[in-house]
Design a protein around this ligand. Structure first.
Ligand code: CMX
Length: 435
């Protein structure tokens, strides 16, 4: 991917100049103010990060390098015989901000192929864990075990200066992302299929290779789902738990393996990435409870009962989004095209018909609409991927495309160590008393 690196170098250089200019002329420009409420409410709504790879528009959903999901699916080069993009092209776009042509997308795919070989000790780390270990634990451990391979860490120890950092972060990022489908497939096979290791296929693209390595590439629609899924989950601006954790960690110049592992750890939380697992579990519980598809009235009663008990409805609501998640819509379109009669998918639709109205009636939920997690698991389930605790691994390997791109940019823009100031509650009270 010489081309990607060349374009990245160009854009980083340009962006550094823009930032220098902004800092010089508008250094005192006030971007946001912070209230006490915001501090006690998860810093929600306080703009304090600049992330160029993507932006979550409250009303349009994620824009990756300014492209909405439908635009993204249109402009990126498609995989062979596929309606959906090559992950390599998406990575090129995330990294450079330019839409790649087919050759540029394939160049990233080719670079990945050269770097897919996972060192033996990484598999041994996974093997050493008890079988009941959560797959997100295994993924995080496997990524951390790969840290032995960090080129940045070695060069840094030898002594390099700031302008050289991002190039090594990029090398590490390509090395890591190349291996992610292999790691995910190994974890899947070991945990659920008694250890079969299937090496990647040299002719397949990144996304199709994952399907191949878990022996599901004979179903072309499943391969399509993987391609779509890996595009949809790749990035969600800088403030979500995954990206935010990763960004802080890498600001200490911890290499991409420490960074990615930190991001994966954040993604493993039930309010964040694990929500797709929870959501699918909930949908299955509903089917079980009613012995099949409930009517809208039955579902509404059920949901209200749950809310009365103080439970949340998984897959609904969002910290930033204020509309139906376009990633939900993209997945629904795929299901509608290929398996509209699937029972779990029909339940997803029915929940969608009922829950937003019910949540709105509570008067406190800021976003009653479905997010991507309200549907993604149901589609995996349709294809027989029924190990719910694995779902977030797929989310994770996709999200690392965005996280590593964000990290390369952070290092390329010479972002300093991140270190917000904290005070004690007592000091806060004193500040208020003096005001
Ligand atoms: N079901 C029930 N109540 C909900 C709700 C839901 N799905 N979503 C929000 N609420 C409630 C909150 O619990 C909160 O109630 P209290 O004031 O009594 O504590 C109130 O509505 C206001 O919350 P909010 O400002 O609308 O939402 P937050 O930004 O605080 O939280 C989120 C966002 C996603 C954590 C929350 O909507 C939720 O728990 N949803 C279900 C889990 C989920 O789908 N998570 C995946 C999000 C996508 C991702 O990050 O990966």
């Amino acid at each position: 991917s010489h081309r990607m690196k060349e374009r990245l170098a160009y854009h980083l250089n340009e962006q550094r100049q823009r930032i220098e200019y902004l800092k010089k002329h508008y250094g005192q420009f006030k971007v946001s103010e912070v209230t006490l409420d915001q501090i006690f409410n998860g810093i929600r709504g306080v703009t304090l990060l600049i992330t160029d790879t993507s932006y979550v528009d409250p009303h349009q959903g994620i824009r990756i390098r300014d492209f909405t999901i439908p635009e993204l699916l249109r402009v990126l080069p498609k995989a062979p015989d596929s309606a959906f993009p090559l992950a390599g092209g998406l990575y090129y776009l995330l990294m450079t901000g330019e839409v790649p042509d087919e050759a540029e997308a394939w160049e990233v795919e080719a670079t990945w192929k050269e770097r897919m070989t996972v060192p033996e000790h990484v598999f041994r780390v996974i093997d050493a864990m008890p079988r009941e270990t959560h797959p997100m634990t295994l993924l995080s451990q496997a990524i951390l075990a790969l840290q032995t391979e960090s080129i940045f860490a070695k060069r840094y120890e030898e002594g390099i200066s700031k302008p050289a950092f991002w190039g090594y972060y990029l090398e590490d990022s390509l090395n890591l992302t190349a291996k992610l489908p292999v790691l995910a497939a190994y974890i899947y096979n070991r945990k659920y299929r008694h250890g079969a290791y299937i090496p990647p296929h040299p002719d397949l693209d990144w996304s199709a290779n994952f399907a191949y390595m878990i022996e599901r590439s004979d179903d072309p629609i499943f391969v399509e789902l993987m391609r779509l899924y890996f595009v949809l989950h790749s990035d969600h601006e800088g403030g979500n738990v995954t990206a935010y954790s990763a960004n802080v960690v890498s600001s200490s110049l911890a290499d991409i393996y420490f960074t990615a592992s930190a991001g994966i750890n954040g993604l493993a939380g039930p309010l964040h990435g694990l929500a797709n697992q929870e959501c699918t579990r909930w949908l299955l519980k509903v089917l079980h409870h009613f012995g099949g598809l409930p009517s809208e009235e039955q579902l509404e009663d059920y949901v209200r009962e749950q809310l009365d008990k103080g439970m949340t409805i998984p897959g609904y609501g969002h910290a930033v989004l204020r509309t139906v998640d376009p990633r939900f819509t993209a997945l629904a379109n795929l299901a509608e095209t290929y398996f509209p009669q699937d029972q779990l998918y029909r339940l997803v639709k029915r929940v969608y018909a009922v829950v937003p109205r019910v949540l709105s009636s509570l008067g406190k939920v800021k976003n009653p609409w479905p997010n991507v997690d309200a549907i993604s698991g149901a589609l995996l389930y349709h294809f027989g991927l029924r190990q719910l605790d694995f779902y977030t691994v797929l989310f994770g390997i996709s999200r690392m495309l965005g996280v590593t791109a964000q990290t390369v940019w952070s290092r390329g823009l010479y972002k300093p160590l991140e270190r917000p100031k904290s005070i004690t509650s007592q000091m806060l009270e004193a500040m208020i008393a003096q005001a």
